[in-house]
Structure formats: structure tokens, C-alpha cells
Design a protein around this ligand. Structure first.
Ligand SMILES: *Cc1c(COP(=O)(O)O)cnc(C)c1O
Length: 242
């Protein structure tokens, strides 16, 4: 066993134990939680090791990094479900639509329409999550605040309808990032409420993507079905490469 495999195996075991503890506290079944390993800044060799350990949901936040990794994994015969979790520009859609299985960051109509056209033309179906801005409106400088993206809660209904209307898209649920420097739990409680409204209208929209290394417990307490974990699984990143 390589040192890196042993390292990842140990951090995965610790992470699974944390997920189990958070689930027990929330009276939930750990089988309801999908672990998305966010591998940004880490090499394809780590994705191969994670897949040996049974982790095949892989998240990336930049197309310029994700596209070559997806190509390398495909060439190596790895079966990976690619989750695009970062802010997405329309000019990157032709590339992202070629490999992403789930886009967590659909936050505006123009993006949904571009994804739907590309995905449909390629004969693919991309699962879409509506990224909701959870910033305190008093604190954020305009929509999305702090550059994290996300639709305002009032825009979510129109976006859901636009996604649901496209053959190349599947409305799978919602995603949120807790605001920095504030307790995460109230933000995730707000996300859960929005998720429930969307689920009532679109029963396929069951996903709540919430929770990162630092706030996973709060997210699981508020119904997260997908946690996006980088640091706690793969280790630290240089601070300028968030
Ligand atoms: C990097 C990233 C994560 C993972 O963050 P960690 O704190 O390292 O777990 C989750 N979600 C998004 C959108 C990210 O960009």
C-alpha cells in the first residue's frame, strides 16, 4: 500500500465516522449522505486512489482544472461521477457539459439555458442544483455577495421552472454555501426551507448540497444529502488556491 493510499484511507475513515456521528445526532441514516470529494489542486493520482477506496463522486470548481482531469480519468478507464461545484461562466459551458454529471452552481437563467442546449445537443442529461445565495442581504454587496455566487431566494422558482423545462437537464435540488464568519446552521436552515418548497413542486429535486470540511455537522443537521469535502479528506491547500 502506498503512503498516500494509507493516508487517504485513514482520513476517509475519520470522515465517515464524523458523518456517522452527525447523522446519529440528527436521527438520520448515513446512507442518505453522498460524500463528494472535492479534489481541486490535488492530482489525478489521488482520484484513482479515492476510487480504489470506493469514493467515486468527485467535485471540482474550475473547468480549466476539471476538464483535463476528467479526460485523464476517462482514458484510465475510471468510472467517476463529476460534480461541478464552482461558479460557472457561460463560455465554459461547452466544456463542462461534456463531462459534468451534476452541476451544483446553476444560479441564473442564461446559464441554465446554455447548459440545457449543450447537454441536449450532446445527448446527455445533466443533473442541476440551484445554488441559492445564503448571504445576509444586509451584508452582501449585491447578488451573491463575496463572490460565492448563488441566486437570490426570490429567483429560485423561475430558475427551477427553466431547468425542469429542458430535456437535457434534470432538476435535482439545491446547493448553498454558508456565509463566512457567521454560524452556518441558520443559513442551512434557510436552505432547507427553500429545498422543501422546490421539492413540493418538483418531486425529483431531492438533493441538498451543503456542508464543507468546517461545517458539515450543521449541514447534516439541516438535511444535507450531499456534503462537499476537500481539506478533511485530501489535506490542506495553498491559501491562494481556494
Ligand atoms: C473547495 C470547495 C469545497 C470544499 O472545501 P473544504 O473546506 O476544503 O472541505 C466545497 N465546496 C466548494 C464550492 C468548494 O469550492
Amino acid at each position: 500500500m502506498t503512503d498516500r493510499l494509507a493516508e487517504l484511507e485513514a482520513s476517509l475513515a475519520a470522515l465517515r465516522a464524523k458523518i456517522a456521528t452527525a447523522c446519529a445526532a440528527a436521527d438520520r441514516d448515513p446512507a442518505e449522505i453522498t460524500l463528494v470529494a472535492v479534489t481541486k489542486t490535488f492530482p489525478v493520482s489521488d482520484i484513482k486512489l479515492l476510487s480504489q477506496l470506493g469514493v467515486t463522486d468527485i467535485g471540482e470548481n474550475r473547468d480549466s482544472e476539471a476538464a483535463p482531469k476528467a479526460a485523464a480519468c476517462a482514458a484510465a478507464g475510471l468510472t467517476v461521477r463529476w460534480h461541478f461545484v464552482g461558479q460557472l461562466q457561460v463560455n465554459k459551458v461547452p466544456s463542462v457539459a461534456g463531462y459534468a454529471d451534476m452541476v451544483h452552481s446553476v444560479d441564473r437563467l442564461r446559464l441554465a439555458e446554455a447548459l440545457g442546449r449543450r447537454s441536449g445537443a450532446a445527448g446527455r442529461v445533466i443533473s442541476c442544483l440551484i445554488q441559492v445565495s445564503l448571504d445576509d442581504p444586509g451584508q452582501s454587496a449585491g447578488r451573491g455577495g463575496a463572490g460565492r455566487g448563488g441566486a437570490a431566494p426570490a429567483e429560485v422558482g423561475d430558475l427551477a421552472a427553466a431547468i425542469a423545462a429542458h430535456d437535457g437537464l434534470r432538476l435535482a435540488g439545491v446547493m448553498g454555501i454558508a456565509p463566512l464568519g457567521e454560524p452556518a446552521r441558520p443559513a442551512y436552515a434557510q436552505l432547507r426551507q427553500i429545498a422543501e418548497t422546490i421539492r413540493a413542486a418538483y418531486p425529483s429535486a431531492q438533493v441538498i448540497s451543503a456542508g464543507m470540511s468546517g461545517d458539515m455537522g450543521s449541514a447534516i443537521a439541516e438535511g444535507a444529502t450531499h456534503v462537499r469535502i476537500g481539506t478533511a479528506l485530501l489535506g490542506g491547500r495553498p491559501p491562494f488556491l481556494r
